[in-house]
Design a protein around this ligand. Structure first.
Ligand SMILES: C[S@@+](CC[C@H](N)C(=O)[O-])C[C@H]1O[C@@H](n2cnc3c(N)ncnc32)[C@H](O)[C@@H]1O
Length: 241
């Protein structure tokens, strides 16, 4: 079987014998969407910023097997490394040692020119480790960053966004798999601080602005800058912060 690039997604990969978790078919749309934004960002900014960093929070091991078909595809971390105009720096964070070790092996096999760091830590605790690995920047050597956030649940620690976003020029793409229940009842769950269905860890002063400029809840239209590319319909689980 020969690997092929289809609509920005690297698919039909050979089994490399490394850890390859299963994903559902609909996750392919997530990866395509991620790859689309990463390509836009990396190619669009390559001549404007001498340093460009990609930060992948909840990175996973870099490949997955599609549950129904058995096909192996490159997931977000490996896809980000294989854009036509790579970032100068990559930092991946995952708290599962198996994911980190596997991604490390897959990165090594690619022999990329960029500086790649892997952080085995809980995302909530990872900011100091990320900061240590981010390139230094100055007026003459600017740094622009793209942070992709892809947790399993609707649990997010906004202190991480605040810590990174206040220190760096950083765009965030946040994808949450929200089931019908969470989509329908997001407002009710979010407003009820005792409810754990949606655990968005906001500073208390921000909780009140959930439907304002700070947080775009999934039941509302996306702002134009986050609209999906024409070929990809907006996934119902997409959430922007
Ligand atoms: C939805 S998967 C990530 C998928 C990945 N972006 C991809 O494209 O394959 C979530 C990943 O987050 C990791 N993870 C879950 N909770 C975490 C946490 N609190 N901190 C860091 N990583 C976590 C899991 O080990 C898993 O690899």
């Amino acid at each position: 079987m020969n690997a092929r690039l289809e609509d920005g997604l690297l698919r039909e990969l050979e089994d490399d014998g490394l850890y390859t978790p299963s994903i559902k078919d609909h996750s392919l749309e997530k990866i395509r969407l991620h790859n689309y934004y990463v390509r836009l960002f990396s190619t669009g900014m390559k001549n404007r910023w001498p340093q460009r960093a990609y930060v992948g929070l909840y990175s996973g091991p870099g490949r997955a097997r599609v549950e129904d078909t058995g096909e192996i595809v490159a997931t977000t971390a490996i896809s980000a490394l294989q854009v036509p105009d790579p970032f100068t720096n990559y930092i991946f964070v995952d708290n599962d040692p198996r994911c980190v070790a596997t991604l490390k092996a897959r990165v090594r096999a690619l022999s990329v020119d960029s500086d790649v760091s892997l952080v085995e830590e809980d995302v909530s605790e990872a900011v100091p480790a990320i900061v240590r690995r981010m390139p230094r920047f100055s007026r003459n050597k600017g740094l622009l960053s793209f942070c992709f956030v892809d947790p399993f649940s609707a649990k997010l620690d906004f202190d991480v966004f605040r810590a990174l976003g206040s220190r760096y020029k950083m765009d965030f793409l946040v994808l949450l798999m929200l089931g019908r229940d969470v989509r329908t009842n997001f407002r009710r769950y979010f407003d009820d601080e005792s409810n754990t269905r949606v655990e968005l860890s906001f500073p208390a002063r921000l909780r009140g602005c959930a439907d304002g400029a700070t947080v775009q809840v999934p039941t509302q239209p996306l702002p134009p800058r986050m609209m999906s590319p024409p070929s990809i319909s907006r996934p119902s689980w997409m959430f922007t912060a």
